[in-house]
Design a protein around this ligand. Structure first.
Ligand code: AMP
Ligand code: MG
Length: 192
């Protein structure tokens, strides 16, 4: 049997990644293959809750050593999935007090062994307005320049992931009101 596809999807907060993945699941769900979308953040938060963390936006503020342990535990849970297509919703990096912490350090890549990366981007102005209007999350306050810098950091982190694993990166622009197009582009590129 062919090995399953483990597709790691990254995007800074506000690129519209979660909606894009919901759309992909809707399209792929109608095909004859088992598919799942797993949120790395939710998996980490489920484990952290057992240790008293009350809000998912507190995770990135924990000491790096704790984030690392939670991250490894989450990666192992995710690696256990046996669906033919496993789509992982995560981040190339998180904004921790000590600086940008990688969402996919070498030890996580070794556990998950991604076959594909998808790097979701959007126009900085659109990302900014999505962050401002999302009142459900405690996002850091940033301006358009910070967002441009974050997109550059994402790109650098993903280059490293691709070199370490030998797996390709598909970059997609998630344009406002054009989620179907972005979802379609990813699915066609990987022949899912
Ligand atoms: P999200 O709901 O996708 O924004 O994820 C919530 C939180 O989970 C993030 O702010 C991070 O603290 C954490 N998280 C998600 N993915 C990773 C990862 N790959 N490595 C470390 N922390 C992560
Ligand atoms: Mg999200």
């Amino acid at each position: 049997m062919a090995e399953n596809k483990r597709i790691v999807v990254v995007g800074i907060p506000g690129v519209g990644k979660t909606s894009l993945l919901a759309k992909m699941l809707e399209i792929l769900g109608s095909k004859d293959r088992s598919v799942t979308v797993i949120s790395f953040g939710t998996t980490m938060f489920d484990i952290a809750k057992e240790n008293g963390v009350a809000d998912r936006d507190q995770l990135r503020k924990l000491p790096i050593s704790e984030q690392k342990e939670l991250q490894k535990a989450a990666a192992s849970r995710i690696a256990d999935r046996s669906e033919q297509i496993v789509i992982i919703d995560t981040h190339a990096f998180v904004r921790s007090p000590e600086g940008y912490y990688p969402g996919l350090p070498a030890h996580v890549l070794e556990i998950i062994r991604p076959t594909n990366f998808v790097s979701v981007t959007a126009r900085p102005e659109e990302i900014f307005s999505r962050r401002v209007s999302d009142v459900t999350r405690s996002r850091d306050k940033v301006n358009i320049l910070d967002i441009k810098k974050e997109l550059a950091v994402q790109s650098g982190m993903m280059s490293a992931c691709s070199v370490i694993t030998g797996s390709p990166i598909k970059q997609v622009l998630n344009g406002e009101g054009r989620i179907d197009e972005a979802a379609d582009k990813i699915i066609r590129s990987m022949e899912l």
